[in-house]
Write a protein that binds this ligand. Sequence first.
Ligand code: GFB
Length: 307
Amino acid sequence: MVGSAIVRRLQDAGCKQLILKARNELDLTRQSDVDAFMKAEKPDYVILAAARVGGILANNTYPAQFIYDNTMIAANVIDASHRNDVSRLLFLGSSCIYPQLAKQPMAESSLLTGKLEPTNEPYAIAKISGIKLCESYNRQHSTDFRSIMPTNLYGINDNFDLKTSHVLPALIRKFHEAKINDDANVEIWGSGNPRREFLHVDDLADACLFVLTIPLDSYRKHTEPMMSHFNVGTGMDVTIHELAEIINDIVDFRGTLTFNDDYPDGAPRKLLDINQLANLGWKARINLRQGIVSTYEWFKENCDPGE
Ligand code: GFB
């Protein structure tokens, strides 16, 4: 989802040469393969959007895969980028790097000020390693490696598998199938009380290009030497219950909602402080309802066997 959105954005911007590798062509967890690729291609810029990602259940069920794959991907790509003289790199992290009970909205400076949310601690540690790799290479080798921390993402090419997906695509699918099957209710995991901020992936792709093209002096002026990342979000959040009602309305399902407490809630709230990037002139454009409507249209055309 993220990689393809960034490719579309770079093509729109007239980027002349994109070097792309699908997962089955290059395994980023294998250092020798990454080294050989970087040596052969010598890219000028690297955008590191590849990651093993998933929703709360996938993170909680496969912690070893989440920490191992993401740690290896970050270490291999960042180190090979340094050794092959990449002039600028952008690393994508996640808002789950911040403490479970961080002051809201969460500023970049709240990193490493408290305990992480247990359901995704392994993933968060791998992403924190990525940020710290970038900062450390910048300090020791004077590289220009940057990081952004997006909030919960959604959009076309999302994962709609109910066991591994994030909440927004899961609810699109659940409400759609409940409507088609004439079910009486839709089950929502947890209490419905956690608050989440959702960013459309096309807005994220725009932010990637924006951050990648900030002149180095301005980038440094807006970040501290050991806190060199930017939050990327909308600045607004909703409860999971409110999100479910929005999707209920868009899908036009007429049944009831039930809340299943056997599933975890995860972090109570993850609202990003987006002032740092806003001060440089970037803001999200796609509002949540519009974004869900277009994602639902894409889902019906591409993922729904009944249509
Ligand atoms: O999006 P989500 O899976 O991940 O869940 P996180 C957000 C909230 O929605 C949780 C609830 O409180 C879930 O219990 N929820 C309700 C559901 N119904 C559903 C459902 O059908 N499917 C899912 N998946 N959730 C992830 C992290 O945390 O966020 C990752 O685990 C990453 O590491 C990602 O940071 C952005 O927002 O809780």
